[in-house]
Design a protein around this ligand. Sequence first.
Ligand code: THU
Length: 165
Amino acid sequence: MMITKSVSFTYKVFESIDELTPLETELVAEAKKASLNAYAPYSRFRVGAAIRLESGKIICGANVENAAFPSGICAERSAISNAVSNHPHDKPTSIAISAINYEGITEESLSPCGNCRQVIAEEESRSGNKIKIILACRNNIFVFDTISDLLPLQFNSKNLKISLP
Ligand code: THU
């Protein structure tokens, strides 16, 4: 017999950066700085991501666009590639994301695109740790405890019956 299921999730909304912990505030500041390094001549939408690793290090990334549009990469995946390539054993604990449009820092939080959600999900699987997601904008800050909240019923290595190293 057919049943209807529902999925729900919770997230925190902060009205001011001062409500975050000092480490989170620093991470948001780094994401904002990283967005200034974006190469986004086509969309003029500059995104920055800053990842905190278990060691305390911060690794950043920005979106890097390309005349062949699909060859561009988002800030979140840019930061994750940077972190995994250079610090493969230092697990990410959180990621802050911020964006700038033609008006300055966006009024509303940028919600990571589907590709980036999938890649953050893989990083949670690879490291075995939840990654806190901090979406910062001019008006408020949204905090999610895990990418599972933004990507329920995700496709992952278990679907392939592969156990990760
Ligand atoms: N972008 C990101 O960097 N992250 C996202 O989560 C959404 C979109 C970038 C891709 C492209 O360079 C520009 O924003 C406009 O889509």
